[in-house]
Design a protein around this ligand. Structure first.
Ligand SMILES: NC(=O)c1ccc[n+]([C@@H]2O[C@H](COP(=O)([O-])OP(=O)(O)OC[C@H]3O[C@@H](n4cnc5c(N)ncnc54)[C@H](OP(=O)(O)O)[C@@H]3O)[C@@H](O)[C@H]2O)c1
Length: 249
C-alpha cells in the first residue's frame, strides 16, 4: 500500500516512514525539506498519486493560539482538498489525548482546530490521540532554561514511547477509518520532573533541573490529572523505564 506521511522527517514521522518500509509498504514523505508546504499546499497534489491513506504527523510552527488555529486549519484543509482530488480514502491525524480538558497552551488551540477541520472534512478519517511522548519532559526542559537551570513543571503524565505511537498510526492507516477515534497512552503514570532528570542522565547530558511552574514552558492549566488519558484508552506496551534502558532516543 502507498501511504503518504505529512511530517515524515519529524520525530514521529520518520519512525512511521521506517515502519512502513519495514512492513513492505511504500511511504511518501511530505515536508518542506522535500518540497511540500502544507500551509500553502505547494507540492502536495504531485505527491499523492496512487496514495491510499495519509498519516498527518506534521507539526507546523505557530506564534500564538490564534496563529496555531490558523496554521493547523490551513494545513489540514490543504491536505483534505488534495486527498479528495487524488482519491486518497483515509486521513489519519495524530492529535493529543485530553486536549478538550486543557484550556490553555497555544499548541492545543491549533490541535483542536486540526481535529475540527478533519471531522468536518469529506475524507474518511481516524484521529489518533496520544499522550505525551517519553521525551516530552526533556523537550520542554530545553525550552525553559534560565540561570543555567532547566525549569520543568511537575506534570503528571502517562507517557508513551514514540515507536509505539508510530505503530498505532500505521495500524490505523492500514485499517478502515474509525470516525470515533483512538486514544493511546503508555503503561503507567510518571512525574515529568523525574522523567526529565532521568532522560538527561541516560543521554549523558549534564543538565541541572529545577521543578517549578514559574517560568516553565507549560502553565498551571496543565496541573493535576488533566493530562491523563480517559478510561478505556488503549495502552501501549513500552514503559518509560524500558525506553530509557534502550537509550532514551
Ligand atoms: N510531543 C508530544 O509529546 C506529543 C504528544 C501527542 C501528540 N503530539 C503531536 O505529534 C505531532 C508530531 O510531533 P513531532 O514532535 O513528531 O514533530 P516534529 O519532530 O516537530 O516534526 C515536524 C514535521 O512536520 C514538518 N513540517 C512542519 N511544518 C511544515 C509545513 N509547513 N509543511 C510541511 N511539513 C511541515 C517538518 O518538516 P519540515 O520542517 O522540513 O517542513 C517535520 O517533518 C504534532 O502535531 C504534535 O502535536 C505530540
Amino acid at each position: 500500500m502507498r501511504i503518504a506521511v505529512a511530517g515524515g522527517t519529524g520525530r514521529i514521522g520518520r519512525l512511521v516512514v521506517a515502519l512502513l518500509a519495514q512492513s513492505g509498504h511504500e511511504a511518501v514523505s511530505l515536508s518542506r525539506g522535500e518540497g511540500v508546504d502544507l500551509l500553502s499546499g505547494a507540492g502536495l497534489a504531485q505527491r499523492l498519486t496512487g496514495v491510499e491513506a495519509l498519516i498527518d504527523a506534521s507539526n507546523p510552527a505557530a506564534a500564538d493560539a490564534a496563529d496555531a488555529e490558523r496554521v493547523y486549519t490551513a494545513a489540514s484543509e490543504n491536505q483534505l482538498v488534495a486527498e479528495l482530488a487524488a482519491g486518497v480514502g483515509h486521513h489519519v491525524a495524530l492529535s493529543i489525548a485530553a486536549i478538550d480538558a486543557v484550556r490553555g497552551g497555544p499548541h492545543y488551540f491549533g490541535k483542536r482546530a486540526q481535529e475540527r477541520t478533519v471531522r468536518a472534512g469529506a475524507v474518511p478519517h481516524t484521529i489518533v490521540r496520544a499522550t505525551q511522548f517519553h521525551d516530552f519532559p526533556a523537550m520542554i526542559a530545553e525550552r525553559a532554561v534560565s540561570g543555567g537551570e532547566a525549569v520543568v513543571p511537575p506534570l503528571l503524565l502517562q507517557p508513551i514511547a514514540p515507536a509505539d505511537v508510530a505503530s498505532v498510526l500505521v495500524e490505523a492507516a492500514l485499517g478502515a477509518p474509525e470516525p470515533a477515534g483512538v486514544v493511546v497512552a503508555g503503561p503507567r503514570t510518571e512525574d515529568a520532573v523525574d522523567m526529565a532528570r532521568r532522560t538527561f542522565a541516560a543521554r549523558g547530558a549534564d543538565r541541572a533541573i529545577r521543578a517549578s511552574w514559574a517560568g516553565a514552558a507549560l502553565g498551571l492549566e496543565f496541573s493535576g490529572e488533566v493530562l491523563l488519558p480517559p478510561a478505556g484508552a488503549r495502552i501501549a506496551p513500552t514503559s518509560f523505564d524500558a525506553w530509557l534502558a534502550a537509550g532514551a532516543r
